[in-house]
Design a protein around this ligand. Structure first.
Ligand SMILES: [Zn+2]
Length: 425
């Protein structure tokens, strides 16, 4: 390597009377990246980048061989990173796949996904990093809270499984709903929530392409045309770019002129072979719930994966554990003598969430907060209750509403079966 001039590429180019700008645009590289290649023999371009340059300079056999010998190329194993637009995947792609499967649920196997997708682009492509960009909703409308809490809980659960079981890098950039409904149909048309997912994912991808120990291949799982400049920029930085998307959920503009942005034709995740390989079988197994709040037999059936070294909680206890964590934190902060308030149940949800109105304020509670004085099934809409204030509205940035703890039904109030009394406040 030492006897080859460092500026060999530069010499080849200038001999042909070609400007840096011309070659960069012809070979689909950024001017600054090409200029670095010309100056720095320690750069490690992919063989594909050198092939593009050699082709545009119309190099003969010997010049081509010399150019390739100047750089250290890692052709044997290409390092790849998988970038997933998690919001598109969860909200658009997976429901569409399920629809195509005739309504049966599709459970994407996040454990196998990186390896299987990597293989689509060559047996030497190894996915070493996985990045899932998501956006959790915060400050949603009060009437959404009970129903949508369950959805929020499901996404929290997915993000934590991705982190702890599959070791993904999870970018969770929250979207502030400023009190608006989560569901589009119910929302004021003037309110359009910002979607921070593409910007976060783009920034991450460019960062990984610019780092010293950079990636050779970027595989994107997404369908939005907003990513096109990102794909182009990565390719200009010498990274090979691959797209995995879903027919009918992929913006046409994203794949128009694909030969300029992609190194392979797009791979469709809805191809039967891929779907079959990526569907995680719902293995039902019996396991003991480790929560001390568990009611009934500890033995439950689940299709959730185990997290090694962590206690297992069933669906309802997982929520209870979160609430009791908050409770312990609030006891730590305020002592055990929490203030008490009286109120009226205004809403209950199927999975143990409910809301209480007290004077002007709204409090949120979970079935676990009734234990042991009352049971959740005793509490129906309009039940009068007494509760401890775990948090006042606005106390905890994670919740918009106050948190009611130790909720118990006041026994001397008429039940819902009796005609409701006018509410005097
Ligand atoms: Zn349990």
């Amino acid at each position: 390597m030492a006897n080859v001039p460092v500026t060999y590429l530069r010499r080849l180019r200038t001999e042909r009377g070609v400007t840096l700008q011309w070659l960069a645009s012809q070979a689909d590289l950024s001017i600054s990246y090409l200029s670095e290649l010309e100056r720095d023999e320690d750069k490690r371009p992919s063989a594909d980048v050198l092939r593009r340059i050699a082709e545009k300079l119309e190099l003969g056999e010997s010049d081509r061989a010399l150019l390739f010998s100047q750089y250290e190329i890692h052709e044997a194993r290409r390092k790849a990173c998988l970038f997933v637009d998690g919001k598109w995947l969860q909200i658009v792609a997976i429901p569409k796949i399920a629809e195509r499967l005739g309504g049966s649920p599709f459970r994407l196997d996040f454990g196998k996904l990186p390896e299987i997708l990597g293989r689509q682009f060559g047996s030497d492509v190894t996915v070493t990093r996985k990045c899932f960009s998501f956006s959790s909703a915060k400050n949603i409308h009060p009437a959404d809270e009970v129903r949508e809490q369950e959805r929020l809980e499901e996404s929290r659960n997915l993000l934590s499984r991705l982190r702890s079981i599959y070791r993904w890098d999870v970018l969770d950039t929250p979207t502030d709903y400023r009190g608006n409904h989560l569901r589009k149909e119910l929302r004021k048309s003037s309110f359009v929530p910002l979607n921070p997912v593409p910007v976060a994912l783009t920034a991450e991808a460019l960062l990984r392409a610019a780092m010293a120990d950079r990636i050779d291949v970027a595989i994107f799982l997404l369908g939005d045309a907003v990513y096109k400049p990102c794909l182009t920029a990565l390719r200009q930085l010498g990274v090979q770019v691959a797209l995995v998307s879903l027919r009918g959920a992929c913006d046409n503009a994203l794949i128009r002129g694909e030969e300029q942005t992609l190194d392979w034709p797009p791979v469709w995740i809805d191809d039967e072979q891929l779907l079959l390989a990526l569907d995680r079988p719902a293995k039902r197994r019996s396991v003991d719930c480790d929560s001390k709040h568990h009611q009934g037999s500890q033995r439950v059936y689940t299709t959730d994966e185990e997290v090694p070294g962590q206690p297992f909680y069933c669906d309802s206890c997982r929520v209870i554990e979160r609430v009791s964590e908050d409770y312990e934190r609030s006891v730590e902060e305020h002592g055990s003598d929490l203030p008490e308030l009286d109120g009226r149940v205004v809403r209950t949800g199927p999975r143990g969430f409910g809301m209480i109105e007290s004077a002007e304020e709204v409090f949120f509670f979970h079935a676990s907060s009734c234990f042991p004085e009352s049971s959740f099934s005793d509490l129906t809409v309009n039940s009068s209750v007494r509760f401890s204030v775990g948090a006042l509205p606005g106390d905890n940035p994670r919740y918009r509403y106050g948190q009611a703890l130790r909720v118990r039904r006041l026994s001397d109030t008429p039940s819902q079966a009796v005609s409701p009394q006018p509410d005097s406040g």
